[in-house]
Design a binder for this molecule. Structure first.
Ligand code: 5CA
Ligand code: ZN
Length: 409
């Protein structure tokens, strides 16, 4: 699958900083020191509806991770998937009487447009679940050959007990795991499973549903976690730097994915850090396609909202906090964007070298965007109140805000 066009990232003077980021698996901060090529996997959308502000907030966090790495002169090898076949997509297509392939294509195209407008850097490999199937089948066969998978009425399950490290990503107890498994796509109550938490690796073909040739597995379609593992291992290998997504993916998705990969390769860990963004709510409830309480990026764009203001509205919240999308938050972002643009449109201003360091330090400190915005606000206030004589400063501020925050002034 093709991704979307990259916006340019200006190079800045001075030295970028290593990222200290909260890792769900260790429960604390880790300092990431990737090699010359940093490796990032971020879980992509299930394309049955348009991109909402919750998705945008999560992709915003991982865009910043890349910008911090690029500022340290590293390259970034970024991979993202599209879950273009799964229960929620098939159910929505059936409900609306549309072809599931067309629905997925249409929503993925809209996602690309939204990401481009928001200046989110594109993945180097953007891979759909369907195109990953030929790579998934041998992995499931291998898990079965290793004794880590078993068959139940034609379906194939992963045995969580085959990974001694199972539980180390989310660090939840058995009761919490069971509840979340039922809520998030698992089937803990199905009779005949070895462990209620065991997730599906391969679903045998069902009437009226799409299916593919699974070799010795029989016709069927892949489970959700093995999809991301196949794509991540194919392009990044084990021990990559960051596995990312929203906090609703910590369990079961990232827990199961890590276990699949660790059993398959005999290596540990799959990722050096598991990073999770908080949930964005609307009217007191998590924004979700299934609940329908949504504000779409594409709708705001159609309403004439500048995508740069949408990004500033996202940056106003720390990525790990759960927060509520409000019109007032958007209006504040629009006003801030106006102030910033007017400040950088002047021919000179106060020196900006210290500001660059403040933005760098704020982002290196677990992506503290509210602190980064406050630093730019201070420079803008100084510009408005007293101005300055540095003719390079407005341009430098523009480049820094673009390179580090993805906002074009
Ligand atoms: N296709 C799978 C991942 S492999 C999936 O979770 N798709 S999704 O479309 O449901 O979500 C895409 C990304 O947005 C995930 O990282 C998810 O955690 C995140 N996300 C979904 N809803 C919200 C929300 N309300 N707030 C913040 N992030 C969210
Ligand atoms: Zn995923």
């Amino acid at each position: 699958m093709h991704a979307w066009p990259a916006s340019e990232v200006p190079a800045l003077p001075g030295q970028g900083r290593d990222l200290r980021i909260h890792d769900t698996a260790s429960g604390g901060r880790v300092t990431l020191r990737p090699g010359p090529v940093a490796r990032l996997y971020v879980c992509g959308i299930t394309p049955y509806d348009a991109t909402h502000m919750g998705h945008a907030a999560t992709y915003n966090a991982f865009d910043l991770v890349q910008r911090v790495w690029l500022d340290t002169k590293r390259q970034v090898h970024y991979v993202q998937n599209v879950t273009d076949v799964d229960d929620p997509l098939l159910e929505r297509a059936q409900r609306d009487g549309v072809d599931w392939v067309k629905l997925a294509e249409q929503e993925t195209a809209l996602f690309r447009e939204d990401m481009t407008a928001l200046r989110m850097l594109p993945p180097k490999h953007y891979t759909g679940a369907v195109e990953a199937i030929p790579g998934i089948v041998p992995l499931v066969e291998r898990l079965r050959d290793l004794g880590a998978a078993y068959e139940l009425e034609g379906d194939i399950y992963f045995s969580v007990e085959s990974d001694p490290h199972f539980g180390q990503v989310s660090r939840l107890d058995a009761t919490a795991m069971r509840l979340l498994s039922a809520e998030r796509g698992g089937d803990p109550d199905r009779p005949g499973k070895k462990n209620p938490l065991d997730p599906l690796l391969w679903l045998a073909a069902r009437d009226g549903e799409p299916s593919w040739d699974g070799g010795s597995l029989g016709r069927g379609r892949p489970g959700w976690h093995i999809e991301c593992v196949a794509i991540a291992l194919d392009h990044l290998g084990m021990g990559f730097d960051v596995q990312g997504g929203g906090s609703d993916l910590a369990f079961p998705h990232h827990e199961m994915g890590a276990s699949h990969a660790q059993v398959l390769t005999g290596e540990f860990p799959m990722a050096k850090a598991y990073v999770h963004a908080g949930m964005v709510a609307l009217d007191g409830e998590k924004m979700s396609k299934s609940k329908g309480n949504l504000v779409f990026v594409s709708q705001l764009r159609r309403d004439g909202v500048d995508p740069a203001a949408i990004r500033l509205a996202l940056h106003a919240h720390h990525y790990r906090s759960d927060w509520e999308w409000t019109d007032q938050g958007l209006q504040e972002a629009v006003a801030r964007l106006g102030r910033w643009r007017s400040a950088v449109s002047r021919p000179d201003g106060p020196a900006a070298d210290a500001l660059i360091e403040e933005i760098r330090e704020a982002l290196a400190d677990d992506l503290d965007t509210p602190a980064a915005l406050a630093a730019v606000d201070r420079w803008v206030a100084l510009q408005q109140e007293r101005g300055g004589t540095d003719t390079g400063a407005p341009g430098l501020v523009s480049r820094a805000v673009d390179a580090l925050l993805g906002v074009a002034l």
